[in-house]
Design a binder for this molecule. Structure first.
Ligand SMILES: [Mn+2]
Length: 356
């Protein structure tokens, strides 16, 4: 089934007449067209209508029409066009994802369309959790760029170098290697600052004895990569080595526990237990991982709160950490894919303790 057919089947399964899509990542998923703006409607009987404006229309026709979509440049506003489609196609119920529409947008559509707008929590998002081969290839392409950029950066991480400059250098290297954007603002923290899981790079200079934590990602084909590595600069004390190896063992335990049918909280617990048993339980505050795709944070999660089971097609991060306030922090993050032939770590970058 192609994407249009998958979406139509989802609409039918939920006994609705149509589906309304306006969010950027969902538009990309529905059509395969990166960066598309506009509106897509899919009917239960498999008709796909893509409305976009003159900025995209020519490229969109080439890219999207082969999937079975009609591509139309609307002369009126999108809610008016949606109303017209509802009348022509006799759509009485129209699904939309409530988390992806603002209240203002909802009011505009609600006022215009003759159909009943039915909010769903996990319509397209649910489909997006199960990655197709082509989606996995994009994530891998992004990850290879990130790894190469980090390799290029390593010789520059030395005492006296400034966090902010190193972070900018990494972003620049990724762009030169073909990344179409950063997955999120690069986290680059050193020394005592590394105890802040999402610290922002600043004017601090790298010093010997620092841990340096770098959490970053590249983008390819609209898809994100996500990786964290922690390096020691100059030397590592016994305590630094102990904490680092505890995080690494926790990550390996998480990866081991991860698989189709496994529950999010159980996978999280497998890693958390290693950290707790080593006496650092209070220093691991966040969850073990999240899934990755067109958005950097997608469900399902490997979290103490998640009752959801993983399934074949998920790409999920495994990123335990230990953060000791005022001292230092360590996080190690890989992306792991649950393929039909087993799980595959998409991150090839080494992760044993490296002293730069
Ligand atoms: Mn992450």
């Amino acid at each position: 089934m192609n994407r249009l057919q998958k979406l139509a089947a989802m609409v039918k399964e939920r006994k609705a007449d149509g589906l309304l899509i306006i969010e950027a990542e969902d538009l990309c998923y529905a059509t395969g067209f990166v960066g598309l703006e506009g509106m897509v409607m899919v009917t239960a009987d498999g008709k796909g209508l893509c409305f976009t404006d003159s900025r995209y229309i020519e490229a969109a026709e080439k890219a999207i029409a082969p999937m079975g979509y009609q591509v139309i440049d609307p002369k009126e506003g999108y809610p008016a066009v949606a109303a017209q489609v509802c009348r022509e196609e006799k759509l009485e119920t129209l699904l939309f994802e409530d988390a992806k529409m603002s209240v203002a947008e909802f009011r505009r559509y609600e006022a215009a369309v003759p159909a009943r707008l039915v909010p769903v929590e996990d319509g397209i998002s649910r489909l997006r959790q199960v990655k197709e081969e082509v989606e996995v290839e994009h994530v891998v392409a992004a990850q290879r760029i990130a790894e190469k950029a980090l390799d290029e950066l390593l010789p520059m991480i030395r005492p006296g170098a400034v966090e902010r400059e190193l972070a900018a250098e990494l972003d620049y290297r990724m762009a030169r290697l073909g990344s179409t954007g950063v997955s999120f603002q690069t986290i680059f923290v050193s020394g005592a600052k590394s105890s802040m899981p999402h610290g922002v790079p600043g004017d601090k200079k790298i010093e010997a004895g620092d841990f340096v934590t770098i959490d970053f990602g590249a983008m390819a084909g609209g898809y994100h990569s996500d990786m964290t590595r922690t390096f020691a600069v100059g030397f590592a004390t016994d305590e630094m080595k102990k904490v680092y190896n505890t995080v690494l063992q926790a990550q390996l335990a998480g990866i081991e526990a991860f698989g189709p049918g496994k529950i999010g909280r159980d996978v999280d617990e497998a890693a958390r237990k290693v950290i707790r048993d080593a006496g650092y339980g209070e220093y691991f505050g966040h969850s073990l991982g999240h899934s990755v795709g067109l958005n950097i944070h997608e469900a399902p999660n490997a979290s103490p709160k998640s009752e959801a089971a993983f399934e074949i097609g998920n790409i999920t991060t495994m990123e335990p950490g230990i953060y000791i306030p005022g001292k230092f922090g360590v996080r190690i993050e890989d992306m792991v894919y649950l393929g039909k032939d087993g799980k595959r770590n998409l991150t090839l970058y080494p992760k044993e303790l490296t002293i730069l």
